[in-house]
Design a protein around this ligand. Structure first.
Ligand code: C2O
Ligand code: CU
Ligand code: CU
Length: 476
């Protein structure tokens, strides 16, 4: 019996070993070609919860509608809904949530972009076991902006997020309210995520190559709906866009080259609004944009799409595709003037320390994604920083893959990017994630808040993160 088990194991070992060896020698990420459709599924919106207090939220497996072809089994924070609730909070709000885990595995919640105590931040060691619960509570004390939440248990973040556990947070404050930006029906949260749907079933089973490129789907969903449409008035809309995809980067644009105005990014409003016709949005990034549909007439349509882009490695940026359709159902004749000046951003200048983070792909028994030659180790503190200190961190991407780098517990400013991309319009405000295309070097500066404890710095290509492309720093 023992011998048989041994033989069986080693046979599997040989097969797996040679497959891995093959993939080590030839890592050839291939782009997933996009599905097409006539955009006939009605776009839905997450349920809004205003200033949650003692809100009860349960992670569970549920059936939800992704398209008109029936129900899809997924994981969700809401019964029969493919996106978690949208938490709208006023700056200063005391958030409290009773989180129940009805999955058959451990999970937790990371509040991406929020400046909160380490014990509430969803550290990979702080998991909520199956059938247990945890009370998340913290004060929301930061700029108005769009943030988000998703699970963070090591080696399961990618799968759990992909299977549907994600939601948006919108923080409002007096400064933003004074601008009187389009609101109500004219402010749309749009959570973008690519899925792989086989006969309407959602599967997560990345191959070795897909751990290298990240897991990408052929079907783009917006707020959990594939090929969606929404009806609009031909006026100016405020779109709060989150890229909640595991790995896919979008070069967002509108059909007919319709320009749009960027007013905010990860950490809230920019100083000045900037008109553009396309913008690269990497996993975990948010943009706040104003789009004037005023030139469209009754019945006209416009698409939010993704254009091709260079240097995205073999797997990304090769194809142009549409994400969603806007149809003009009503016309109005009003003229909205976009404010030029939005906010003030105090520049961080003098840093007390510079740290270097080398982003690498290493060949070992199998290829692994590393930072400074290290794989994530939950009991190792990789960097120690002082609360109140201003530091400059330099990310150096020496691999031939894109890496969206994210830092927990802080918002940073991007001061430099090597090469010819420069600093993009939405990168001129506060950020918590920054994209490094192959061979780029990016410098970010930040001031650590007085929240002592352990936080993460990692690649937000979630397959890379689960593969170990994550380090731990402690604020002391
Ligand atoms: Cu949204 Cu540690 O991540
Ligand atoms: Cu985060
Ligand atoms: Cu990466």
């Amino acid at each position: 019996m023992e011998r048989r088990t041994f033989i069986k194991k080693s046979a599997i070992g040989i097969v797996a070993g040679s497959a891995l060896l093959e993939s080590c020698m030839k890592v050839e990420p291939v782009p997933v070609s996009m599905a097409s459709d006539n955009f006939s599924n009605l776009l839905g919106f997450p349920k809004v919860i205003q200033n949650p207090q003692d809100y009860v939220m349960t992670a569970k497996s549920t059936l939800a509608k992704v398209n008109n072809n029936g129900m899809t089994e997924m994981l969700s924070y809401m019964e029969n809904m493919s996106t978690g609730p949208l938490f709208k909070m006023q700056k200063g709000h005391d958030f409290s949530l009773l989180f129940k885990n009805n999955l058959d595995e451990h999970t937790n919640i990371h509040w991406h972009g929020l400046l909160i105590p380490a014990k509430m931040d969803g550290h990979p060691n702080d998991v909520v076991h199956a059938n247990e619960s945890f009370n998340y509570r913290f004060t929301v004390n930061q700029r108005a902006g769009a943030y988000w939440y998703h699970p963070h248990p090591h080696e399961a973040t990618a799968r759990q997020t992909y299977m549907g556990l994600a939601g948006m947070i919108i923080v409002n404050d007096a400064e933003e309210a004074a601008l009187k930006l389009p609101s109500g029906e004219l402010e749309l949260p749009l959570i973008i995520s690519d899925k792989r749907l086989t006969n309407n079933a959602l599967l997560y089973n990345p191959t070795t190559n897909e751990v290298m490129s990240g897991y990408m789907g052929e079907t783009i969903t917006v707020n959990g709906i594939a090929f969606p449409f929404t009806e609009i008035t031909n006026t100016t809309y405020r779109l709060r866009i989150l890229n909640a995809s595991n790995a896919r980067i979008y070069n967002l644009a509108f059909s007919n080259n319709l320009p749009f105005t960027v007013i905010g990014s990860d950490g809230g409003l920019l100083e000045n609004s900037v008109k553009v016709t396309s913008l690269l949005l990497c996993p975990a990034e948010r943009i706040d944009i104003l789009v004037d549909f005023g030139k469209l007439s009754l019945g006209d349509v416009a698409f939010l799409k993704s254009n091709t882009f260079p240097n995205g490695s073999k797997a990304q940026g090769q194809e142009e595709f549409s994400l969603m359709k806007f149809i003009v159902k009503k016309t109005v004749s009003e003229n909205y003037t976009i404010p030029a000046r939005l906010s003030t951003i105090e520049r961080l200048a003098i840093s007390s320390k510079t740290r270097n983070f080398k982003l690498q792909m290493k060949m070992g028994l199998r290829m692994t994604h590393r930072i400074n030659n290290k794989l994530y180790e939950s009991n190792r503190i990789d960097e120690t920083v002082k609360a109140g200190d201003t530091e400059t961190w330099i990310f150096n991407n020496s691999s031939d893959e894109p890496h969206p780098m994210h830092i927990h517990g802080v918002q940073f400013q991007i001061s430099e990017r090597s090469g010819n991309r420069g600093i993009l319009p939405h990168e001129k405000g506060w950020k918590d994630v920054v994209l490094l295309l192959p061979n780029e070097i990016v410098k970010v500066t930040m001031k650590f808040p007085d929240n002592k404890g352990k936080y993460m710095v990692h690649c937000h290509n979630l397959e890379h993160e689960d593969d170990g492309m994550m380090l731990q720093f402690e604020i002391v």
